[in-house]
Structures are given as structure tokens and as C-alpha cells.
Design a protein around this ligand. Structure first.
Ligand code: MLT
Length: 336
């Protein structure tokens, strides 16, 4: 059979091009999960996998790697950004360092209910955050776990007022907004990766931390923490992100399957929270945790945090207007 060098070169180039642009074939994707079994992150992940299998006619599936097996939550953002990890489910506060505008939703006392959280994540503000996160961090938010308020737990004493925090060493994520919030309450918190937190509490490097009830249970913090305060300063929302490089390598149909699965999992997460949170809270108290409410309807905590912390972060979230957009969407008074 006769063929020319030019013809061979053309064929090789065409084959290389086909490989370069061929969409991802059937895959078992890896999903990093920061929390342990039984948490809202796992519930979101399972619902996502079920919907992904259905939407892709079983072409794709995924496996959850719980308990930070694939790295700390912040590391998984880097890994997904570089295309070394497919998906990650993590708390929003651990994305903020990579995409500061997301911080609008971790400012204290901005999201005050599940309904607020659903409104901002599924409406135009959520869409804007998706775009910003792709631009800044090369990951795409495709779903949300709604995890409830981050209540404060500690091993030393009941906390009801800002003054009660005195003498406590509280672990916070490596998140400037949360660090400043505790400073506004008069203490210097200790930034620590989520994957190191249980050991930190157990070895008494830190006395306390804050996270939602379902997370406290999934992480077995009741083994090393006694007192809980029903703070409501951050309603925890936890995005499911996909590596943008992976997403762009998917066929249009597969992209659609992934996006639709993310939406289905988000809807499931809201019902999971409603059905689970009260039961878990009761179980934690049966396990010996002492739960109390902040005095004066939390007024002192709210006043100190909103008056000092909000203005410090206007610039990093993209201007005061960004906060006002959220407050307006939630039917609240804007800041002047
Ligand atoms: C953190 O405290 O770092 C996170 O909120 C933990 C989580 O992902 O549940």
C-alpha cells in the first residue's frame, strides 16, 4: 500500500487532535469529602452520585472519600483547580481564601435561616458566585449542602455571653472573616485545618470549635466536647465543586448530567437537614452534651460582630454593594 509522508503526518495529527479533544469516557470520579459518615456532605454526595448515574445512563459514577482522606478541605480546592482531583465537597469558609467574594456568605449574621441559604445559593447571587469561583479558583460550584448553624462547642464551661468566651482557645478554619469575628468577641482564635481538628480537641491543643450539629455528630466531637452554645452567626453552606478542567473535558451531554445531578442533590440536602437536625441535637444531648442559648437573644454577639467585622471585609467581597445585594435579596435593611 502506497502512502506519502505528508499523508502520514496528516493522519498522525488528526489522531492526536482526536485524543486531545475526545470527551471523557466512562468514569468513576473521585469526590473528596471533608466530614465523616452521617454528615450533610456525605448525604449530598450520595444523592449526587445516584442522580449522576441515572442522568448518564450509568456511564458515569463516583466514589466518596470521607474524612479528609484526599487532603484538607483547602488542599482539595487546589488539587481540583490543577485537575488532580475530580470533585470536592467542603464548607464554604474553606473556599473563601481562594475566591474572596464568596466571603459575603460567611460574614456573620448574614444568612439567618435555611430559606435564606436556599434563596442566595439558587438565585442570581449564587450564579455570580459560581462565575467568580471559576474565575478565581478554577473550580465550578454545581451543588450545595445546607448544614445548619455553626454552634459553638467546648470542653471547659458553659458559654452564654461574650464574656464567657474569656479563657477559651477556640479553633477556627483558616478563614480571615471567622478569625476577625472571634476577635470582635474579645478572644484570639486558633486557625487549624479541618482534618486536624478532632486531634486538636482531643489533645487539648484547643478547647472548642464551631460547626453544625450534624457535623459535630458525624465527626464524633461529643467524645471530646461537653458544652454547646446555640450561636447562629454562620449558617453553614457547603458547595460541591468540580474541577473546571475536568468539566470542560466532558461532552455537552455529560456536563448537563453533572449539572442536573448537582441540582437534584441540592434539593435533597434541604430535606435531609429538615429531617435530621432536630433528631441529632436530641441524640447529642442524650450522649451528655449540655446545650444552652446565648443570653439576650444573642444581641451582644450580633452587635459586636456585625459592627466590627462587616466593614473590614467590604473591599475583599467586592464592595459594600455586594453585601447590600444579598441583604436586599433577603428582604433585610441595607448598610449605609
Ligand atoms: C471547618 O470547620 O473547617 C468546616 O466547616 C468543616 C466542614 O467541612 O464541615
Amino acid at each position: 500500500m502506497a502512502f506519502s509522508i505528508k499523508g502520514l503526518k496528516t493522519a498522525v495529527f488528526a489522531a492526536a487532535l482526536a485524543v486531545a479533544v475526545s470527551p471523557v469516557s466512562a468514569k468513576n470520579f473521585k469526590i473528596a469529602v471533608g466530614d465523616g459518615a452521617g454528615g450533610t456532605q456525605e448525604a449530598l454526595g450520595k444523592a449526587f452520585i445516584e442522580a449522576l448515574e441515572k442522568n448518564s445512563n450509568k456511564k458515569h459514577t463516583a466514589t466518596l472519600f470521607l474524612n479528609g482522606q484526599l487532603g484538607s478541605e483547602q488542599d482539595t480546592v487546589n488539587n481540583a483547580a490543577m485537575g488532580a482531583l475530580d470533585f470536592s465537597i467542603l464548607a464554604i469558609n474553606n473556599i473563601t481564601p481562594f475566591s474572596p467574594s464568596v466571603g459575603t456568605l460567611t460574614l456573620p449574621y448574614v444568612i439567618l435561616s435555611l430559606e435564606d441559604a436556599q434563596k442566595v445559593t439558587t438565585g442570581p447571587i449564587g450564579q455570580q458566585l459560581v462565575k467568580n469561583t471559576i474565575r478565581d479558583a478554577n473550580v465550578r460550584i454545581i451543588g450545595w449542602a445546607y448544614s445548619g448553624f455553626r454552634v459553638l462547642s467546648n470542653s471547659k464551661k458553659p458559654v452564654k455571653s461574650v464574656a464567657d468566651l474569656d479563657g477559651l482557645v477556640v479553633r477556627v478554619p483558616k478563614n480571615a472573616i471567622m478569625i476577625e469575628t472571634y476577635k470582635s468577641w474579645g478572644i484570639n482564635p486558633t486557625p487549624m485545618a479541618w482534618s486536624e481538628t478532632f486531634a486538636g480537641l482531643q489533645q487539648k491543643v484547643v478547647d472548642g470549635q464551631d460547626n453544625p450539629y450534624i457535623t459535630i455528630n458525624a465527626m464524633k466531637f461529643y467524645e471530646v466536647q461537653k458544652y454547646v452554645t446555640n450561636l447562629r452567626y454562620i449558617f453553614s453552606i457547603e458547595p460541591l465543586v468540580v474541577s473546571e478542567s475536568l468539566f470542560q473535558d466532558l461532552s455537552k451531554e455529560d456536563q448537563q448530567a453533572v449539572l442536573e445531578a448537582g441540582k437534584a442533590a441540592t434539593a435533597f440536602s434541604a430535606s435531609f437537614l429538615k429531617e435530621t437536625e432536630d433528631r441529632i441535637k436530641k441524640e447529642l444531648s442524650e450522649k451528655g452534651m449540655e446545650i444552652s442559648d446565648p443570653a439576650d437573644g444573642e444581641k451582644e454577639f450580633i452587635d459586636k460582630a456585625t459592627s466590627t467585622v462587616w466593614p473590614k471585609f467590604y473591599e475583599s467581597i467586592g464592595g459594600k454593594d455586594k453585601l447590600n445585594e444579598v441583604l436586599t435579596a433577603l428582604g433585610r435593611e441595607t448598610v449605609k
